[in-house]
Design a protein around this ligand. Structure first.
Ligand code: X8Z
Ligand code: ZN
Length: 608
């Protein structure tokens, strides 16, 4: 680490190294005389932040190497770095408790709160147990990353997740789909025991930090009491459920036509392997089956493929969008150090991710880019993370982050909502630009609306598991109960407790909280609506693109530049005037589709 750490004073709310980019909404510096105890807290935090940064950088570097070169050695090295970080948290969080009832400054209180809930994976203080937890985590991640399925008919040739996903997206053959779907779920069977132990150890770590369990820590990061958050999720899900049910009913009716009522029940749950995606979380691959008949049907995958871009060139296009809003070019090292294309000669974790390696200029993405529209969108998603990291880089370590995790997830997706046919025409992806209509709304809804219930399921399940309400003997049963209830989807074959289907989703072995994606899916429409207004746009928001609008860009940058200095409702207010997450923007966006779906569903049963 070559970055010198400037001692913290109350002035740390002001970014230390102000970048050349406009930083319009810098919070005012607060200058007061500190009491003796506040002086002490100041010193405590200065030391804690310096060490936090050091540990995070070391952990990020080791994790980067593991994810780019999955080998037994890199697994051990990543586990060692993770352990160092865990040990630090085990020491520093209990030490911070000393200031629980103390009158500290608001900034100090915010930092102490952030420190306490910082860790996704708290570990036991006991070194043996801590090492065990770190080893389990690294092992689950490499099992997932290196996972493949070797179908008997291929005689020794194996298919990785990308190849299996391709089958899910393109095949319409029930048995072939089933084989790929079940095949991938063999990868997670060995994680079952690991995950059981993982929950015990991580929960012990959470209790040592003063929390009830790991899930409670995860729910405590939203500037509201954890119970309130659960109620918010229920409220938001109730807002969007009717739209989801309309989409579900329409999709099911088309699937009945394709596969027959003996395979797809007209009133029941949709078999999980028919929805075009390994987890039934994104149904856009079914678009050709579901699309309305229009004069100029859109083939976005074909259009992207026809441009013949390299992975890097696709990322350059994404950067171009951000630059059109006034964002700076990405650092040279971003281009030198990122992974854009799946290497042929080694195992890597292909799940797309964005990295803040030194929490300064060394930002990178890691992605196995394909020449299709899905990758094109995901590039914007990842760049949203990257630009957020860069926007907050001047703050002291605890505040050098997003307003909350869903904000970080939402930036790039907000930009992606502006990838309209008109924009695609501008960058010569589309020659002829069709009128934006219900067909494009449907395509997007198959991605975003279909995703909503899945994004609730993952952490509903983990919250229950961490809280002990679901024991290992019902891990899989509970998972599928939730999938049935929220998604209206069922496993195509009986799943037993031999399997561990939650582990077949990246974020479970990688221990990445998932609620952020649910909140982000709603927030990004709020951001989009606000930025379109800022840009002076007056038409229906699904036709709006903020491309090239620096005024909207400034507004977005100003919100990002707040970092974690303010509770997230204030950051939202700065951008949209709202203080709550709300589905109204998403519902407004899809209103024309909703009307169309209702007409289509005239005779279709709704629900399951
Ligand atoms: O994991 C991701 C991103 C990286 S933060 C690619 N997403 C979730 C997923 O793939 O399940 C984006 C959408 C939801
Ligand atoms: Zn993301």
């Amino acid at each position: 680490m070559h970055r010198s750490l400037i001692p913290l004073t109350l002035l740390t709310l002001v970014p230390l190294a102000s970048s050349a980019a406009a930083r319009p909404a810098e919070p005012p510096a607060v200058q007061t005389v500190l009491t003796p105890v506040q002086e002490e807290v100041e010193a405590f935090l200065a030391d804690a932040e310096a060490r936090l940064l050091e540990h995070m950088v070391r952990k990020e570097r080791a994790a980067w190497v593991l994810d780019n070169f999955i080998t037994p050695d890199t697994e051990v090295m990543a586990a060692e770095a993770a352990q160092g970080f865990m040990a630090f948290i085990s020491e520093v969080v209990p030490a911070s408790r000393k200031y629980d009832g103390t009158e500290v400054t608001p900034v100090q209180r915010r930092k102490l709160d952030l420190l306490r809930t910082w860790m996704d994976l708290p570990a036991p203080r006991d070194p043996g147990r801590r090492a065990e937890l770190a080893a389990i985590t690294a092992r689950m991640q490499s099992t997932y990353g290196a996972g493949s399925y070797c179908p008997p008919h291929l005689e020794g040739r194996c298919l990785d997740l990308d190849q299996l996903s391709e089958i899910l997206a393109t095949s319409r053959d029930w048995d072939e789909l089933l084989d790929a779907w079940m095949g991938w779920r063999e990868v997670s069977v060995p994680m079952r025991e690991d995950y059981t132990r993982f929950v015990q150890l991580a929960n012990q770590g959470a209790r040592e930090l003063g929390a009830a369990d790991v899930g409670e820590i995860w729910r405590s990061r939203y500037d509201m009491p954890p119970e309130k958050l659960v109620a918010e999720v229920d409220r938001l899900w109730a807002q969007v459920k009717p739209l989801y049910q309309d989409l579900h009913a329409y999709t099911r009716a088309q699937l009945v036509k394709t596969y027959g009522a003996d395979k797809v029940p007209e009133r029941g749950l949709i078999p999980a392997h028919l929805l075009g995606n390994m987890w039934a979380q994104d149904w856009s691959a079914l678009y050709p089956m579901l699309a309305p008949v229009v004069a100029t049907p859109l083939d976005l995958d074909g259009a992207i493929e026809a441009r013949n871009w390299t992975g890097q060139a696709m990322v350059k296009q994404g950067e171009g969008f951000f630059r059109s809003l006034g964002f700076e070019p990405l650092p040279e090292t971003f281009w030198e150090r990122s992974l854009f294309v799946k290497p042929a000669d080694r195992e890597v974790v292909c799940h797309a991710s964005a990295w803040d390696v030194d929490f300064d200029q060394d930002v990178r993405i890691k992605m196995c880019i394909r020449s299709d529209f899905d990758s094109f969108q995901t590039i914007h998603h990842e760049l949203g993370h990257i630009y957020y990291y860069l926007a907050v880089r001047g703050y002291s370590p605890l505040l050098r982050r997003d307003a909350m995790d869903a904000f970080n997830e939402a930036i790039g997706d907000t930009i992606a909502l502006s990838i309209t046919p008109t924009y695609l025409g501008k960058i010569a992806v589309l020659g002829e630009v069709p009128e934006e209509g219900v067909d494009q709304l449907l395509r997007r809804a198959l991605d975003d609306v279909a995703f909503l219930p899945f994004s609730v399921v993952v952490d509903r399940w983990r919250w229950d598991v961490f809280a002990g309400g679901v024991q290992p003997q019902s891990f899989n049963t509970r998972w599928w109960d939730l999938v049935r209830a929220y998604q209206g989807v069922a496993p195509p074959v009986t799943r037993t407790e031999e399997a561990f289907d939650p582990g077949a989703k990246y974020h479970v072995p990688a221990n990445v909280p998932y609620l952020r994606y649910f909140l982000s899916t709603l927030l990004q429409y709020q951001f989009h609506r606000a930025l379109c207004r800022e840009a002076g746009y007056r038409g229906p928001i699904y036709q709006c693109s903020i491309h090239g609008n620096e005024q909207a860009g400034k507004k977005l940058q100003a919100m990002m530049a707040l970092g974690a200095t303010r509770p997230w409702p204030e950051a939202l207010k700065a951008l949209s005037g709202e203080t709550r997450i709300d589905a109204s923007a998403l519902l407004e966006y899809y209103a024309p589709l909703r009307r169309w779906l209702r007409q289509q569903n005239n005779r279709n049963p709704i629900g399951w």
